[in-house]
Design a protein around this ligand. Structure first.
Ligand code: SAH
Length: 338
């Protein structure tokens, strides 16, 4: 059976033509799906014979919502879903002044091994399909009754380790006939898989890119992120620079601050040096607690001081607003299973 939420409009046209129906029917079906319809019989402008055929050979894949946690302070909701094969994933719905945003997972688990992050604790189970990434948004819209206009691919998983499915997801959510979410309203965050940064610049120059940096020397970054062995700073930073030059888009560097590891004045000065002259912005994230990690967080005051040092050296910096901390929904706290 084909999950229709995995299909880009073009692919749906091919399928529907193979069912002996004209291509324009695909647009109708596609737009029903992204209005939230999950029953073919509700697609009232689609002929019965096609609805029956679709019901025989395809389905509209949903996620089973196992749990919803609602923050008492800021409207954040964390969802735990079960996939068809029994794996579980989480996503987070957030309210901002500019509108609603969803943080989606791109993999069940993660194999990047960052030492401060809960999502990678049990390794990678598997990649998510485009439809499974999409359904996280659809289910959150259905649950809240609200439209979601912004997406961050910052949940569990490394999106650039699942590039093809993430790419299909981006094309589907961006389609005018469906959700029509602008590329500029979407952010993809990567731990720094360099060849994929190049591919991303080529294929998705409008989508915002965030890079998880977290360290200013190979020694420090390597102690936090195993991926630094494969793509050390003298490879990553030039790739980032090339990205900004090619696309004209600003990169957001995420910098999770860990007490005594990467939070000194010297770290701030080195960070400013690394990023000097690049079209970028630094987003400081005081480490969120992850039970097993053994790392310590910093105060928001210290993060503010660190930001000031960066600013004084000409690097724009902000401290990330923390949403959903009371329900363990903050960065690095999403995990496989529960
Ligand atoms: N794999 C992608 C997507 C994850 S995004 C990436 O690495 O970018 C989640 C962001 O939260 C990343 O910047 C990640 O490094 C950061 N993060 C992970 N664990 C964290 C923690 N315990 N506290 C604060 N930030 C954390």
């Amino acid at each position: 059976m084909i999950n229709l939420r995995n299909l880009q409009l073009k692919e749906m046209e091919t399928l529907i033509k193979s069912m002996g129906q004209p291509a324009f029917r695909a647009k109708q079906v596609f737009s029903w799906i992204y209005k939230g319809v999950t029953d073919f019989d509700q697609m009232t402008n689609v002929p019965k014979v096609l609805r029956d055929k679709l019901a025989e050979e395809t389905y509209i894949g949903r996620l089973k919502m196992l749990k919803v946690q609602k923050s008492k302070t800021d409207g954040t909701r964390k969802y735990l879903y079960e996939l068809e094969d029994g794996n579980t994933i989480e996503s987070v719905f957030m309210k901002y002044k500019y509108g609603n945003s969803i943080c989606v997972s791109s993999q069940a688990g993660c194999r990047m091994g960052c030492r401060f992050c809960a999502s990678t604790r049990n390794g990678l189970e598997r990649d998510l399909t485009a439809g499974e990434i999409l359904s996280q948004l659809m289910e959150a819209e259905a649950d809240t009754g609200e439209k979601i206009g912004h997406i961050v691919i910052m949940g569990t998983g490394e999106p650039f380790d699942n590039f093809d499915n993430v790419a299909a997801f981006l094309r589907i959510v961006n389609d005018k006939n469906g959700l029509n979410i602008g590329m500029r309203n979407i952010t993809v965050s990567t731990c720094g898989l360099v060849p994929m940064i190049e591919r991303f610049a080529e294929e998705f120059p409008q989508v915002n890119l965030a890079i998880s940096l977290h360290g200013t020397t190979d020694e420090i970054r390597g102690s936090m992120m195993p991926v630094n062995k494969k793509y050390p700073l003298d490879v990553l930073i030039p790739a980032c620079k090339a990205y900004t030059e090619k696309t004209g888009r600003r990169i957001t560097f995420e910098y999770t601050m860990v007490n005594g590891v990467n939070d000194s004045d010297a770290d701030a000065a080195r960070l400013a040096g690394l990023l000097r002259g690049m079209l970028c912005h630094v987003n400081l994230i005081p480490l969120n607690k992850v039970a097993e990690s053994g790392f310590d967080t910093v105060s928001r005051k210290r993060a503010g001081e660190f930001a000031e040092i960066l600013e004084s050296k000409g690097i724009p910096a902000t401290v990330r607003r923390e949403l959903g901390a009371d329900i363990d929904a903050a960065c690095g706290q999403l995990r496989l299973g529960n």
